[in-house]
Ligand binder design. Structure first.
Ligand code: ARG
Length: 479
C-alpha cells in the first residue's frame, strides 16, 4: 500500500518573507497566496523520495569536489535524522515553506547550520520534484504489478477448480454457447497480464533520472548525472534538461495503465454483481465480502464489487485531469505541474484497494454449479453444435445447416423441450440424414468438450491454459 501521509502536524502561519528566496522580497505572501501555492498538504508524502534524492545529490557533489566531504557528511546525516523525525511524526511541516523540498531544506538548516545551504548547488526544485515524483511513480508501478499478480493468482486457482464447470457463455448478455467458468475467468487473467505488460513498459520508459537538469538549462557545475542516476536506481540520466523538468509522461503512463486495469477490474466486478443477483445465482460471495441491508434481512449485497466498479471513475478522472493540466503548457516547468501529484496519489491508493478487494472476492467465492449448468441448458445453446454436426456428418453447406437447425430449434421451442430431448424421428422429419450420433453433440457437456482448439473452452484446454498461465504470469512451474 501507499505510504500513509506522515502524521506530523502542518503549521499554517508564518507571514515573514520566505527564508529561501527572501532576498528579493520585502514582505510575505497574502494568506490566500500561501494557500493556493502550498503543496505541503499533499507532497509531504514525497518525504522519503526527497531525502533519497538529496542524499544522492550531496554525495555526488562531494565526489565531484563541488562541496567538501565534511559538508556532504553533515548534510547526509542531517537528512537521515529528518527522515526519522518525519517517520515518527515529530516533524512539523510548515505551509509557509510551501512544499516538501523547502520544508526538508529548512529543517536541515536548523539542524546543521550553513552547510545545509550548499545542498541546493547545481539543482533546482524543478529537477528535484521531477526526480522525487519519478521515484514515487516507480514504486507505484511496482506495487501495481504485484497487486495485479495477486488477482491473477486468485483467478487462476478458481479456473483450475472450475475447468469443467459449465455455464452459459453470453453475447449481448443473451445465452450464446456453453463455456466453462474456468475459461471465463482465464479471460480476465489475460486482461490483467496485458495490464502488467503495460506496467513493465511504463517502468522501462520512465526509469531515467532528471536530477541535475537544474531549473531548465543544466548547470555550469561539473556534476556527474550518471552517478546520481545510478545511485537512485535509474537506468540513465534523462537526455534533455528542458524535457526533464517539464515532462510528466511517466505519471500519465502510470495513470493510463491504472485506468485500463481499473476498467478490467470494473468489468469483472460487473459480472460479479450479475452472477450474485437472485436472477442468476451463479456465484456466492463469502460473508467476508458481502454486506447486509439494514432493512431487508434476506439481502447479501456485493458492495465491494460495486465499489470496485465505481472507483474506476476516480482513476479515469485522474488521467483525464492530468492530461488536461498538461495539454497547454509551454516548456519548461510551470507551476500548473504541481497539480500532478494528487491524482496520482489518489489513483495509486484507489487501485491498490480495488485490486486487494477483487483478489479477496475471487479467492473466497463459491460457485453454484447447478444454477450455472441449468442456465447453460436454456436458450438452445447447442444449436451451433447441431449445425456444425450437419456440416461435418452430412457435408451440408453451413448456410443450409443453419437453416435446418433453425427449424429444429423452432420444433423444440414449440414442444417446450431442449434440443437433446427431441426424438430422432422428429428431427428426421426436418432432415432425413440426421442419425442417432447427433445426440453426442447436443448436450452442453459434449459441446464444451468439443471446443478443444487452442484457446478454446474444453475442460482439458482450460486445465492446460491455467497451467500455462501459472508459468507465464506467476513464474510457477507445476510439473
Ligand atoms: N512544489 C512544486 C511542484 O510540485 C515544486 C517545484 C517548484 N518549482 C518552482 N520553480 N516553483 O511542482
Amino acid at each position: 500500500m501507499a505510504k500513509d501521509h506522515p502524521s506530523s502536524p502542518i503549521d499554517t502561519d508564518g507571514q515573514a518573507a520566505n527564508k529561501l528566496w527572501g532576498g528579493r522580497f520585502a514582505g510575505g505572501p497574502a494568506d490566500i497566496m500561501q494557500e493556493i501555492n502550498a503543496s505541503i498538504g499533499f507532497d509531504a508524502r514525497l518525504a522519503g523520495q526527497d531525502v533519497a534524492g538529496s542524499k544522492a545529490h550531496a554525495a555526488m557533489l562531494a565526489k565531484q569536489n563541488i562541496i567538501s566531504e565534511a559538508d556532504a557528511k553533515a548534510i547526509i546525516d542531517g537528512l537521515d535524522a529528518i527522515e526519522a523525525d518525519i517517520a515518527n511524526g515529530t516533524f512539523t511541516f510548515s505551509t509557509a515553506l510551501e512544499d516538501i523540498h523547502m520544508n526538508v531544506e529548512a529543517a536541515l538548516a536548523d539542524r546543521i547550520g550553513p552547510a545545509a545551504g550548499r545542498l541546493h548547488t547545481a539543482r533546482s526544485r524543478n529537477d528535484q520534484v521531477a526526480t522525487d515524483f519519478r521515484l514515487y511513480v516507480r514504486e507505484a508501478l511496482d506495487r501495481l504489478d504485484a497487486a495485479l499478480r495477486e488477482v491473477q493468482a486468485a483467478l487462476i486457482d478458481q479456473s483450475d477448480a472450475h475447468a469443467a464447470t459449465v455455464m452459459p457463455g453470453f453475447t449481448h448478455l443473451q445465452s450464446a454457447q456453453p463455456v466453462t467458468f474456468g475459461h471465463h475467468l482465464l479471460a480476465y487473467v489475460e486482461m490483467l497480464g496485458r495490464d502488467r505488460s503495460r506496467v513493465a513498459d511504463a517502468r522501462a520508459r520512465m526509469n531515467e533520472c532528471p536530477l541535475g537538469s537544474a531549473a531548465l538549462a543544466g548547470t555550469p557545475f561539473p556534476i556527474d548525472r550518471h552517478a546520481t542516476a545510478a545511485a537512485l536506481g535509474f537506468d540513465r540520466p534523462t537526455a534533455n534538461s528542458l524535457d526533464s523538468v517539464s515532462d510528466r509522461d511517466f505519471a500519465l503512463d502510470y495513470l493510463a495503465t491504472a485506468a485500463i486495469a481499473a476498467m478490467h477490474l470494473s468489468r469483472l466486478a460487473e459480472e460479479i454483481v450479475i452472477w450474485t443477483s437472485d436472477a442468476f445465482g451463479f456465484v456466492r460471495l463469502s460473508d467476508a465480502f458481502s454486506t447486509g441491508s439494514s432493512i431487508m434481512p434476506q439481502k447479501r449485497n456485493p458492495d465491494a464489487a460495486e465499489l470496485v466498479r465505481a472507483k474506476t471513475g476516480r482513476i479515469v478522472g485522474a488521467l483525464v485531469g492530468l492530461l488536461t493540466v498538461m495539454k497547454g503548457l509551454p516548456l519548461a516547468y510551470q507551476k500548473d505541474m504541481q497539480e500532478d501529484k494528487e491524482p496520482v496519489f489518489d489513483a495509486d491508493q484507489t487501485i491498490m484497494l480495488a485490486t486487494a478487494a477483487m483478489a479477496g472476492m475471487i479467492a473466497d467465492l463459491t460457485v453454484n454449479k447447478d444454477a450455472m449448468s441449468q442456465a447453460a441448458r436454456t436458450g438452445f445453446p447447442t444449436a451451433t453444435d447441431l449445425a456444425d454436426w450437419l456440416v461435418r456428418s452430412l457435408d451440408m453447406p453451413f448456410r443450409q445447416a443453419h437453416h435446418v437447425t433453425g427449424r429444429i430449434v423452432a420444433l423444440a421451442e414449440d414442444k417446450g423441450c431442449d434440443l437433446s430431448d427431441l426424438d430422432l424421428g422428429e428431427m428426421q422429419k426436418v432432415e432425413p440424414g440426421i442419425s442417432q450420433d447427433v445426440f453426442d453433440v447436443l448436450s452442453v457437456e459434449a459441446s464444451v468438450a468439443s471446443r478443444a482448439s487452442f484457446g478454446g473452452t474444453a475442460p482439458d484446454a482450460v486445465r492446460g491454459a491455467a497451467k500455462a498461465a501459472r508459468r507465464r504470469f506467476l513464474d510457477e512451474t507445476t510439473d
